[in-house]
Structure formats: structure tokens, C-alpha cells
Design a protein around this ligand. Structure first.
Ligand code: GLN
Length: 220
């Protein structure tokens, strides 16, 4: 049943919050580069909420899983009791995973101490961009933006299988480096490190359907 604007449901229409405030976007803050995502959210006019305990997931409009070390994050998800509530949120709620966050969202990934969250039907291979070139920056085509962005790849995962219900939203050299399934988005590179906020803006506005006060642009 459709619900009134402002309810914490998942829809593809733009909606404000019932309290009239800025969208509340959770940032998984167990480990990794969540701080740079916070700066991006602030620039876009969204409120960021650090998520390190289950109660922090209350009343969020979207969630971001940052880059870092996916094996450590999975261990900490279990240690903090966050795994079950995070799994419950990402089953229906808008989620953006970058780099290690992509690994967490993958249905399958290699060499991990615990199962992934399995939200997006892809297989990812960790640290799979070659031995010498662990990190690099290059142009990535992002289809929903109709443009290229600078992709910062830091010991990034490779997407080795894309399931049928998954849309490829970003490519590098013809290879998928960004995917979307429903309201879940995963990106192999680090859009939070370049000052170009367009990918976050697209996720929040078009995928999560949130009304934002700020706009991307200008700083790239
Ligand atoms: N190599 C990391 C992992 O396997 C991901 C790197 C990153 O998030 N920048 O989890």
C-alpha cells in the first residue's frame, strides 16, 4: 500500500521527511574512510549519522557502507551485533557500498571470514586489479550521469559476475565497476575522494528518492 510522503519506506519518488528536516543518511563507521563520505553528505545537504551500534540505524533514509577492509568490517559487524539490523535495513532500504562496501553487498566474494550481506547478485574478487597496480585513478563512465568521473581505485575489488537482475551503472575499459539492483548500489572505486559529488547525489535523489537541499557540481 502506498504510504504518505515522509514515511521511512522505500520508494522511487522524491520525498521529504515528515519532520521537514534533511534526509538522514547512516554511515557505517566501524572502520574505513567514512569521514570523507560525511563531507560529501554535508555538501549535499544531507545529515550524516555514524552507525557503530544497532540503535544508530533507527530512522535512517539511506545507508552508506564505506571503503576500508571488508574482512575487518565483517568481523566488526558480528562483534557489535550490527549484522542482523544492517541486513534487515539493506533488504529493503537504499544502500550505497563503495570498494569494501561493494564486497559487503556482493552475493559472493572470495577469502572472507564471514558471509557477505548478499544484497546484490554479483561476485566480487578482492584486490584483483593486478599485483603491481594496487591503486590507480582513471576515467570511469557512469551511465546514469551520462558522463565520466574520476575513479580512484585503491586495492579495489573486481566484479567477476553480474546476475540477471543487476544493472551495470559504471564501466572502466568495458568492465563493470558499478552496479545497481533495486535501491542497492555498489561501486568498486571511491567517489568520496574526488570532490565530485554527482554519484552520491544520483544515489540519494534518483535511487533513494530523497529531497536534497544541496547540489553536486562546482568542486570537481
Ligand atoms: N582491499 C579491500 C578489501 O578487500 C578494499 C579496499 C578499499 O575499500 N579501498 O576489503
Amino acid at each position: 500500500m502506498p504510504s504518505a510522503a515522509g514515511e521511512a519506506d522505500v520508494g522511487n519518488r522524491t520525498r521529504g521527511r515528515r519532520d521537514g528536516g534533511a534526509p538522514r543518511v547512516g554511515l557505517l563507521s566501524l572502520q574505513g574512510d567514512f569521514e570523507r563520505h560525511r563531507e560529501t553528505l554535508t555538501a549535499l545537504g544531507a545529515a550524516s549519522v555514524r552507525v557503530s551500534l544497532p540503535e544508530h540505524l533507527h530512522d535512517l533514509d539511506a545507508l552508506i557502507l564505506p571503503g576500508g577492509e571488508s574482512s575487518t568490517m565483517l568481523r566488526l559487524l558480528d562483534a557489535t551485533g550490527l549484522r542482523a539490523p544492517v541486513e534487515a535495513f539493506v533488504r529493503t532500504g537504499p544502500v550505497l557500498g563503495t570498494c569494501a562496501g561493494l564486497i559487503l553487498l556482493s552475493r559472493q566474494a572470495d577469502r572472507l571470514p564471514a558471509p557477505t550481506l548478499g544484497v546484490i547478485d554479483i561476485t566480487s574478487s578482492r584486490n584483483a586489479w593486478g599485483r603491481q597496480v594496487h591503486s590507480f585513478t582513471d576515467s570511469v563512465h557512469v551511465a546514469p550521469l551520462g558522463d565520466d568521473v574520476q575513479g580512484v581505485f585503491i586495492r579495489a575489488p573486481r566484479i567477476t559476475r553480474v546476475g540477471r537482475g543487476v544493472e551495470v551503472i559504471a564501466t572502466y575499459g568495458g568492465e563493470p565497476v558499478g552496479v545497481r539492483q533495486g535501491v542497492a548500489v555498489a561501486i568498486a572505486f571511491h567517489p568520496e575522494l574526488t570532490g565530485d559529488h554527482r554519484l552520491h547525489e544520483w544515489f540519494l535523489r534518483d535511487v533513494a528518492g530523497l529531497a536534497l537541499q544541496g547540489r553536486a557540481g562546482g568542486s570537481q
